[in-house]
Design a protein around this ligand. Sequence first.
Ligand code: GDD
Ligand code: MN
Length: 376
Amino acid sequence: MRTQYEITVIIPTFNEEVNIAGIIEAVYLTLSTNKIHGEILVVDDESRDKTIKIVQDLTLKYNNLKIIVRHSDHGLSQSVVEGFRQANSDIFMVIDADFSHPPCLIPHFYDEIKKGADVVIGSRYTHGGGIKQWPLKRRVLSLGATGLGRILFPEVTDPVSGFFALRREVIEGYQLRPRGYKILMEVLGKGQWKSIIEIPFTFTDRQEGESKLSFCIISDFAKQILNIIAYSFVFRNNHVWNEWKKLTRFGLVGLSGVFVNTGLLYLFTEYLGLYYLIASGIAIEISILNNFLLNDCWTFKIKDEPDLYIQNWFHRFFSFQCVSIVGLLINMGILYFLTDFFGIYYLISNFIGILIVFFWNYLVNRNLTWKAKLHY
Ligand code: GDD
Ligand code: MN
């Protein structure tokens, strides 16, 4: 517990001489007009411009302002984590120096933490959020990164946001391995949290100075994802591990469906004398029902997670049913395409189809049929 301040606003900087004085003033004013006793912590990686000097001068004006200059292992994520270490409060807020993140929202983040959220994320992709002035290349990269992040954290719409707040307990005692730009993924993957709230905001690209995003950062991101996945297998008690559990259960349920399907097909044709295509139709439908029921009460444990987007049992079934039918069509499409156009042996084509459809079914159902609301 460090209760000297109510919140620490961490501002990582590298060569931000044009923005830094303005952002510090904006944060300061927001905190004071909202009567929040907050600390402003600039974490700089030996900027080669006047950033450090400007901040040092401003510490004379603002007594809640502090600067840390790091001399080794430079990087955005490392700087943010250093900010967590040196913060003199139990609530951390991270914001860019270049006005991409509106400082006026800080009190909103603070309130949500006070109300009980463990992590509060400024989201560009939730209803009401957005991005201004981004070139197509950045949008595509960002969507790719967000997509990957959402596989690990399906409930979070913007897991790579750089604008977020959290309680100290979320990360205290956990081994963060900061790398690259996406420190929030590290926090979500390795920290302990139950409740998350997202606040929509519009990301405005920097007016001054330039972005440091490069290909190095993309490869860092890939390494970071692999590291979080490895971590989830070793330590288990975390959100990513829970996602693997769901995926595995979903697979087992799918397997049970194959047995139900084959068994019924045999039964209906051999003992009831039904025409095999009709028998197959009924068997498919019953196996879909089988899979739905098992997934509903076991894979996604509805009882533990009562706050789903689709509340009504029947609507969930309808959603699952539609996804399954589309899946079936995709499967047949792949079978036909690979066999007829590429001359691949039809059982192999079919197997490839099953694999692809398995992931299709899982991802769509996870993100639609059984998507939980973020809440606390
Ligand atoms: N200490 C330190 N060290 N700060 C850094 C470094 C570094 O190596 N690199 C960048 N920063 C600071 C910048 O000075 C700025 O305040 C902030 O980190 C974001 O850097 P930008 O270079 O402006 O990032 P961006 O606009 O491309 O990326 C933003 O969008 C991402 C979402 O796609 C950032 O907000 C990311 O945090 C965010 O994840
Ligand atoms: Mn920026």
